[in-house]
Design a protein around this ligand. Structure first.
Ligand code: NAD
Length: 269
């Protein structure tokens, strides 16, 4: 449903060619925003993502294909998006995972995960927050993870990057807390911290559990949930997108510096 306050605002959603990011891009599009889509994928996958955001009702949509592991490419992308429209809403959603014990984690994999999951968000934020403050309105929503709040084994770069993202977001929330006012919407910075969400990102982890359960995927999913997520249910990307959209509304002007778990009770334990 469109939100008069968000109609025509520019929203950049990194990692929006798939999964949670695509659902967020569609939700912001349905609210009436112009959506800058970023993410990797085949030409067909990217075209399908743009079609989905357009069909959701976006005022305009365009793809910016920067590889976020490259800081210079992020900087170029930010200049290109700003030339398209000043960024009012920034959602850092791009993320990758690799599981291995610390001693077996390749150093190059550490560098890549930190670059994509954490440093890219620093660069997009440092390049868009001053403009948001000058205009009196801005929203940064960083898709962290339950792993920004608690740890699990075999996820050293992922957990480090997500804890870092939560900390970075709190610093930015403080630095920009006084920007704008209630009517202009202010500038807020928050994290959303999902537990398990049904997307391609977690398929390798489901596959590993399924293999241990004799190839039964449903049993693999149940085992994954049983370990950590007391609700026993995965979230859907649309459900995460609903929360992100709410954080972007004018009415959320005083909610800043939070790291909101959507984890079926995982971090309540
Ligand atoms: P996904 O694999 O479906 O989507 C990841 C997106 O990031 C894709 O659009 C991909 O193209 C993009 N991306 C990856 N590397 C990139 C790069 N170098 N440059 C630009 N874009 C790149 O995964 P998802 O589950 O939708 O994950 C989205 C975010 O949600 C991630 O930050 C992830 O850590 C977080 N998250 C996911 C879950 C879950 O259970 N799925 C749980 C908690 C947090």
């Amino acid at each position: 449903m469109s939100d008069p306050f968000l109609i025509g605002r520019c929203a950049l959603v990194t990692g929006s060619t798939s999964g949670i990011g695509l659902a967020i891009a569609c939700a912001l599009g349905a609210a009436g925003a112009r959506v800058a889509v970023n993410g990797l994928g085949s030409p067909e996958q990217i075209a399908a993502a743009l079609d989905a955001v357009r069909a959701a009702g976006a005022a305009d949509v365009s793809h910016f294909g920067a590889d976020l592991s490259d800081a210079a490419a992020v900087e170029t992308m930010m200049a290109e998006v700003a030339a398209w429209a000043p960024v009012d809403v920034l959602v850092n959603c791009a993320g990758v995972q690799h599981t291995a014990p610390i001693a077996e984690m390749p150093a190059a994999t550490w560098d890549k995960l930190i670059a994509i999951n954490l440093s890219a968000a620093f660069h997009t934020m440092r390049l868009s927050l001053p403009g948001m403050a000058a205009r009196g309105f801005g929203r940064v929503v960083n898709i962290a993870s339950v792993h920004g709040l608690v740890a699990s084994v075999n996820k050293s770069p992922y957990v480090a990057s997500k804890f870092g993202l939560v900390g970075l977001s709190k610093v930015a929330a403080l630095e920009y807390a006084g920007a704008g006012n209630r009517d202009s919407g202010g500038v807020t910075v928050n994290c959303v911290c999902p537990g398990w969400v049904e997307t391609p990102l977690i398929e390798p982890q489901i596959a590993a559990k399924a293999q241990a359960a004799g190839g039964d995927r449903d049993a693999g999913v149940r085992e994954l949930l049983r370990e950590k997520q007391p609700s026993g249910r995965m979230s859907l990307p649309d459900e995460i997108a609903d929360l992100v959209l709410w954080l972007c509304r004018r009415q959320s002007h005083n909610l800043s510096g939070a790291a909101i778990p959507v984890d079926g009770g995982w971090t309540a334990q």
